[in-house]
Design a protein around this ligand. Sequence first.
Ligand code: HEC
Length: 205
Amino acid sequence: MFAQSESLAKSAQRILETNCVACHGAARMSDLDVRSPENILTGGKRGPAIVPGKASESLLLMAVRREGELRMPLGNSSLKPLEVSILSDWIDAGAPRSSTSGCEFGRTPTADGGEGRGAGRDHNPYGFTLWMVGGGVRGGQVIGSTDELGLRAAEYPVHLNDLHASILELLGLDHAKLTYRHSGRDFRLTDVGGKTDLAAKLRNS
Ligand code: HEC
């Protein structure tokens, strides 16, 4: 069930990103931002864009079905029937959020690659933010920071190997023992690194 709602959330998010975010992202046309379920729920000038659990009563669905006054995406191209039914299922499932959306990779604070739909933000491995919960992590704290542009880690930079080792420690696993044999030697997720002092900070600090 979890895997199902997770993949539904991801598919819905992808459809909205591809077809709607150009106008309902930062541009917020008609005050609507579809980049998160919370914002979709808040809706735009006409009020909430969805009623979780009730796709048929949701403005967003009527808009992509092009049955009422709104015909979205604006313009001539409509969504494919499969995409409309994914959005419908997603709303009926209560519009779950994709739980891994925040930690795929860092993104640059700047956009490149042209304007409008072509514009994007590159991967940024030099500084990014990770929201953590569970594993004994104490909530309500912020560890480290990026520079004023949000481009590189500034205070308390953490290497990925150390981040992974710390996450494993919070889960009760010793990263040094978690190996797999390949090409005649043992490989680790944490390679030859893996300091775990972040784990203590996350639990308490
Ligand atoms: C090219 C720009 C553009 C794209 C792309 C676009 N929209 Fe819109 N959308 C608009 C504009 C402009 C309005 C306001 C129309 C009006 O008030 O008559 C609007 C209004 C809406 C509203 C009503 C918001 C409110 O409360 O007033 C919804 C819901 C909506 N769009 C959903 C979508 C969805 C879902 C997609 C993607 C499948 C999408 N739109 C793609 C431009 C766009």
